[in-house]
Design a binder for this molecule. Structure first.
Ligand code: ATP
Ligand code: MG
Length: 723
């Protein structure tokens, strides 16, 4: 349907046309009338079919007419950025757009000034807990990738957000965007919305299997690729790049992303033009600039990028991840080898997607086949509108049987139904506590009613729901997170803080116990680091065969730990050692061990150090809040430790590190030159500071400005120190 025939304001039509969108895709045209009438809608249509645009149009049409706000919820930060950028195209209509993915224990008042807010599901859940008033002005709530209700970590929050916003403001319009799933009808029925189903895709996606030099596609066609059949991957990448396309290869583990990037580098490098090689060098230069502490392991990334190939997984620095994505969008990087984190909703120009692994390791079941939904999401990254006019998703078979198996079980198969994960005790205790703490529910009946409005209840019998809810309530009462009052429940101060801090109630209980112990024990930073690593909110490192040192060191430090050591050879003991190993990593970090050293010693990636540091910061912040609340003596220790963890530095750098623009490397450089505190920097000539390695003139000027010594900028007099 042509844009000029769509029932949208002409200014909106103009913006679309300016972006090159002259027609609505058929499923978009189907959905739009319902959306514009303000009905709830579930769009369950193929990848790349333009689901987001339907949501954008609903938002802008409604907000320009009625005012109010819209909340656009996505699962990942990278997606939030993409949607934020898209929505900014509509700001000429007078609509302002904000993004929020950060700190979970803040109310983010800044957000109240925006009309449209894009955020992750955790952030949205946390905003609800802070009782932000503007949430009541939400006219349109968009849930992108709603099939993630199926995901144990992300799903429960999604259900709870929907249930709460529906209850607070029944007039809010819900727009749920989903991959094609088997029980989309259930989802729409639960939301009381119109279901728009379609199998139309703007760019045809051919799915096929490669075996014995031939790709057999689902449309019956075949394609021959000559060459050594043992090098199937090389052949598939080479052919695609040779034809001017780009390839995305999905594998099930990080190690393979690196080894395959190495293997494929010479293949792709041979096909690069001189101009491309030059541009890739520039890209490599930006990547090196992003990483002031050179890390050996990321060198391999830089090396392959120079050859037009990159690997991509959650262990990379986020800046590197972004540069890789951008390099691919700019058609410089021709091939990315990625773990499935890149499969959710992102738009990248992959003409060919190769899905190497149709199985993955599961801690409980060993190697298991991946769900069809995941296969389809990975395949769906190929052939995105604006980038390509064709797309193909290829798997590689070892024999004829396997080829048939892949056709039958993946390519031609229907995706699985999705199931709620809110029924776990961990999810229920967390969300019920939040509901009581925000006074969304007041009594048992209120709790049942709240849970009754979730997708979990839609899929579960009443008896089970009541049993599970009762068990969670008992837990909250027993640990004094909530208490009984004459007509129901209220949260205790401890419960309210736990909810606002956005931590698992079990984490709060563990922290509180550890803090009580710290009152009577000689503590070290490790005592608190281990306490935070022992909470379920921090994902601890795996113990490996070569980690016997952890157990040996445990013996030496056990006196300072804020919990008893479990009996050896029990499962609990293994967990304890994992937590302790994680705490040792953080201890090394605050002792200023280099990234390289940490990466080597703990077999992890720089991005993992960041993730861990972020989690530890969040839990240390929570611990300090509890310490303040209970008047424990550890508040100062925790404050210092928090800053040290944030910066990865020893205590002696705490003064210097408080300057803006001074991280641990620069602070250490200043310290080595005898400037040990901010006071030592007062009155020192700019030139003197600028000469120090890692400082330079710009940083030196910045320091002087922060000291209020603008008068010393550019001259060498020592006026102040002489006074
Ligand atoms: N009517 C249209 N005309 C041209 N391009 C469009 C149109 N609608 C959407 N697009 C473009 O199509 C691309 C895919 O859209 P979008 O990301 O919304 O897909 P999606 O349905 O959410 O896919 P996924 O399930 O993979 O998340 C975007 O680049 C978008 O700008
Ligand atoms: Mg999408």
């Amino acid at each position: 349907m042509k844009i000029e025939h769509v029932a949208l304001d002409s200014q909106i039509q103009d913006i679309l046309v300016k972006q090159g969108i002259t027609e609505l895709y058929p499923p978009q045209a189907d959905a739009l009338p319902y959306v514009l009438r303000g009905e709830h809608v579930v769009l369950s249509i193929p990848t790349a079919a333009g689901k987001s645009l339907v949501a954008y149009l609903a938002i802008v049409q409604r907000l320009t007419h009625e005012g109010g706000k819209a909340l656009y919820i996505v699962p990942l930060r990278a997606l939030a950025r993409e949607k934020y950028e898209d929505l900014k195209a509509f700001t000429s209509l007078g609509i302002t757009v904000g993004i929020s993915t950060g700190d979970l224990d803040e109310s983010d008042i800044r957000l109240s000034k925006y009309d449209v807010i894009v955020c992750t599901s955790e952030k949205a859940d946390s905003l609800l807990r802070h009782g932000m008033r503007w949430l009541d002005k939400i006219k349109v709530l968009v849930i992108d990738e709603i099939h993630l209700i199926h995901d144990p970590t992300r799903g429960p929050a999604l259900e709870v957000i929907i249930a709460q916003i529906k209850a607070r403001n029944p007039a809010t319009q819900l727009i749920a965007l989903s991959a094609t799933i088997k029980n989309a009808v259930e989802l729409a029925d639960w939301l009381g919305g119109k279901l728009v189903l379609s199998d139309w895709r703007p760019v045809v996606l051919k799915e096929g299997v490669f075996f014995q030099n031939t790709i057999k596609y689902n449309d019956g066609s075949t394609k021959c690729i000559t060459g050594d059949t043992k090098q199937a991957l090389e052949l598939l990448v080479q052919e695609s790049v040779h034809d001017g396309g780009q390839t995305l290869v999905f594998v099930n583990n990080r190690k393979s992303t690196v080894s395959l990037a190495n293997r494929l580098s010479p293949v792709v490098a041979d096909l690069l033009t001189e101009a491309e090689k030059k541009d890739l060098k520039k890209l490599v230069h930006s990547m090196k600039r992003e990483q002031p502490e050179a890390v050996g392991i990321e060198q391999s990334l830089v090396q392959s990028v120079e050859h037009g190939v990159a690997f991509h997984h959650a262990g990379l620095e986020s800046s590197h991840r972004r540069l890789v994505e951008q390099g691919f969008k700019d058609h410089l990087i021709k091939c990315i080898i990625a773990t499935p984190t890149l499969a959710a909703g992102v738009n990248i120009p992959a003409r060919r997607v190769i899905i190497r692994d149709l199985w993955r390791y599961d801690g409980n079941f060993g190697m298991t086949p991946i769900p069809i939904l995941e296969y389809k999401q990975q395949a769906g990254r190929a052939g995105r509108p604006r980038y390509d006019t064709v797309g193909e998703a290829i798997t590689i078979a070892k024999d004829g049987n396997q080829r048939d198996h892949i056709f039958y079980n993946y390519i031609l198969a229907d995706t699985e139904p999705i199931y709620s994960k809110l029924g776990s005790q961990a999810a229920l205790r967390m969300h019920l506590l939040a509901a009581v703490a925000t006074q969304f529910v007041h009594d048992t009946e209120g709790m049942y009613r709240f849970i009754q409005s979730t997708f979990y209840a839609y899929q579960t019998d009443e008896f089970t729901i009541k049993k599970e809810v009762d068990e969670a309530v008992e837990f909250l009462l027993e640990h004094q997170l909530i208490e009984q009052v004459s007509n129901g429940y209220v949260s205790t101060l401890f419960g309210s803080r736990t909810s606002a801090l956005y931590i698992d109630p079990l984490s709060a209980i563990r922290l509180k116990t550890a803090l009580e112990q710290s009152n009577t024990k000689q503590t070290t930073p490790l005592s608190f680091l281990h306490a935070v690593c022992s909470t379920p909110d921090v994902r601890s490192l795996y113990l490996r065969g070569a980690d016997s040192w952890v157990e040996e060191k445990a013996e030496r430090v056990k006196q300072s730990l804020l919990r008893d050591v479990p009996l050896a050879s029990t499962d609990e003991y293994e967990w304890f050692l994992s937590d302790l190993k994680t705490a040792f990593l953080l201890e090394d970090w605050i002792e200023e061990q280099s990234y390289d050293a940490l990466v080597q010693k703990y077999s992890i990636w720089p991005g993992d150090v960041h993730t861990l540091v972020e989690m530890a910061e969040w839990l240390l912040h929570a611990a300090r809040e509890f310490a303040r609340m209970y008047n424990f003596s550890s508040v100062t220790d925790l404050t210092n430790l928090l800053v040290r963890v944030q910066n990865g530095c020893k205590e002696e750098l705490l003064s210097l590190i408080s300057l803006k623009g001074i991280g641990r490397v620069r602070a250490r450089a200043l310290y080595r030159e005898g400037f040990k505190t901010i006071n030592d920097l007062r009155g020192v000539p700019l030139e003197r500071l600028a000469k120090i390695k890692m400082i330079g003139k710009t940083v030196a000027k910045n320091i002087k400005q922060q000291l209020g010594e603008d008068d010393l900028l550019g001259n060498t007099t020592l006026k102040r120190s002489k006074r």
